[in-house]
Design a protein around this ligand. Structure first.
Ligand code: PNS
Length: 345
């Protein structure tokens, strides 16, 4: 492996320690071609491994580079590569895990024009998703983040556009600052079925946040009348016209789902006083599990204050009129499905 271009062009890099997956020359060349002539500013190389990306950035004109790595053998290789390229005086090598290093860099008010995140394959894409919003805060306007991964960035970076290219088994995503700083909110519920009140909250949330992921989940205290896929299908139908809303099925804990989606906010509707206690409890527990995730409540409109999915199920099951209680587009389906007797509502 060699440095491809710039002042250290041709420098042969030190042998790669076992267990470290270096960015191949081919991938590195393609990444830098995609970045174009954009150098200057500082670079941050997270999960630096051999440091090949950060050294290449220094060679091509970045002023300074910070390398973050916790593996001792890899740290020695980074230092050796900087020595070989004669770039050690413009580099800072930080022996730390990424979370702690980012915390420090944010506290110190550091800014970078280029951030590389090339986590080992054993680190889940969700971990990168979780730190992505922090990376946005570390980028100068116009700066970019390059994420390398062994899997396609499905779900994990929802709401962030970016360009992903595949090189054999490696996926490289380049994100601009504006694509990272966008705020994704998760709007969770059982939606059995989605009501006019739910849709009102989703619509209002979509005007506040850049992207809203409606999460169709399981409330273990309730036995759903319809399978989750069917509930999601109804939601997709009624939200189809709202551009920045998507619908996903959620298994397991809401906090884990939010992390995977790169969401910073849980948004929920709050109706009359009776909702408060249970919502307060859930918000506190979620906050204990994931302190960076904020729960935000939108007050239900007056006409929906006493509307609930359970009321819709009961009215439909007893042959009552559900018009006005559920979105118009799914009225017939709700009448059909929820009016058929199955012993529970
Ligand atoms: O519409 P609901 O029934 O009030 O929705 C409740 C839901 C699905 C949002 C809640 O039960 C939930 O978050 N479930 C996911 C599992 C989880 O994270 N439980 C811990 C919450 S404190």
């Amino acid at each position: 492996m060699r440095i491809i271009s710039g002042t250290a062009r041709g420098t042969r890099l030190a042998p790669v320690p076992r267990g470290v997956r270096p960015t191949s020359d081919r991938v590195r060349e393609s990444v830098f071609n995609s970045l174009g002539q954009f150098f200057g500013g500082d670079a941050l190389d997270l999960y630096a491994g051999t440091g090949a990306l950060g050294v290449e950035a220094l060679s091509r004109g970045c002023h300074r580079a910070v390398f973050v790595e916790k593996d001792r053998r890899a740290l020695a290789v980074i230092r050796e590569n900087l020595r070989r390229a004669r770039l050690a005086d413009r580099a800072e090598v930080v022996a730390s895990d990424v979370g702690r290093a980012l915390d420090r860099l944010l506290t110190d008010g550091r800014q970078f024009s280029l951030i590389f995140a090339d986590p080992p394959y054993k680190i889940a894409a969700s971990e990168v998703g979780a730190v992505l919003s922090w990376l946005g805060a570390l980028l100068v306007p116009g700066g970019r983040v390059v994420i390398e991964s062994g899997e396609a960035p499905a779900g994990g970076w929802v709401g962030t556009k970016g360009v992903t290219r595949r090189y054999g088994g490696t996926y490289v995503t380049i994100l601009e600052r504006s694509e990272i700083t966008m705020i994704v909110a998760v709007c969770p519920g059982s939606f059995d079925p989605v009501t006019a009140g739910h849709l009102d909250i989703i619509r209002r949330a979509s005007k506040i946040f850049d992207h809203v992921v409606v999460a169709v989940g399981a409330n273990l205290r309730k036995k759903p009348r319809l399978p989750a896929v069917e509930r999601a299908r109804l939601l997709e139908k009624v939200t189809a016209g709202i551009e920045n809303v998507s619908v996903e099925l959620m298994d397991g804990l809401l906090v884990n789902f939010a992390r995977e989606q790169g969401a910073r906010v849980i948004v929920k509707g709050l109706r009359a006083v009776s909702d408060f206690e249970s919502e307060f409890e859930q918000a506190q527990l979620n906050r204990t599990m994931y302190p960076e995730l904020e729960t935000v409540f939108i007050m239900a409109s007056a006409e929906h204050s006493f509307l609930s999915s359970s009321a819709v199920r009961e009215i439909a099951a007893l042959g009552g009129e559900v018009r006005g209680l559920v979105p118009e587009g799914i009225l017939e389906t709700v009448r059909e499905i929820y009016s058929s007797p199955d012993g529970n509502i």
